[in-house]
Design a protein. Structure first.
Length: 152
């Protein structure tokens, strides 16, 4: 299978691009939440950039073990939720549906960010992303540097 090798330099530039877009939009995240596993690394970087506490979301839809844990989230300020990619949109669709059940105080927003956004899917939109991919035309696997560490 062909791959896109997404290295640290790509990542660093993309996180800075996302941070720039967030700042230009005027959104002030009080918390940065990463979706385990792919969203954790970019979320930690963004939490340092915005000097905002990092929160964890465990959401797994793979391997026949569907699970969702948002108990780490706090709803007393704006939240930026981060993932590595919106591919088919299912992960964020499930999460957005779950979070829509919470009554947020007026003025508090939840926004979403990913490194890659699949423009061909129609389930979900994100507020900020660095790169686009059209999965109807490009099926290459994205090999993120932070997911490439394996035992020999």
């Amino acid at each position: 299978m062909e791959q896109i090798f997404y290295n640290y330099d790509d990542f660093r530039g993309d996180v800075l691009e996302i941070a720039r877009k967030i700042q230009l939009s005027g959104f002030q995240p009080k918390y940065i939440a990463g979706i385990a596993r792919g969203g954790l690394v970019p979320a930690v970087f963004l939490s340092h950039w915005f000097q905002a506490p990092f929160l964890n979301i465990h959401l797994s839809l793979r391997d026949h073990q569907r699970s969702l844990d948002t108990s780490d989230l706090k709803f007393d300020g704006n939240i930026l939720i981060v993932d590595d990619i919106v591919d088919n949109g299912e992960t964020l669709s499930v999460l957005k549906s779950h979070l829509s059940k919470f009554d947020l105080e007026p003025g508090i927003e939840i926004r979403y960010s990913t490194l890659y956004f699949n423009t061909a899917q129609t389930k979900v939109q994100v507020d900020y992303y660095a790169r686009e991919i059209d999965r109807t035309k490009d099926q290459r696997w994205i090999n993120f540097f932070f997911e490439s560490f394996h035992r020999s």
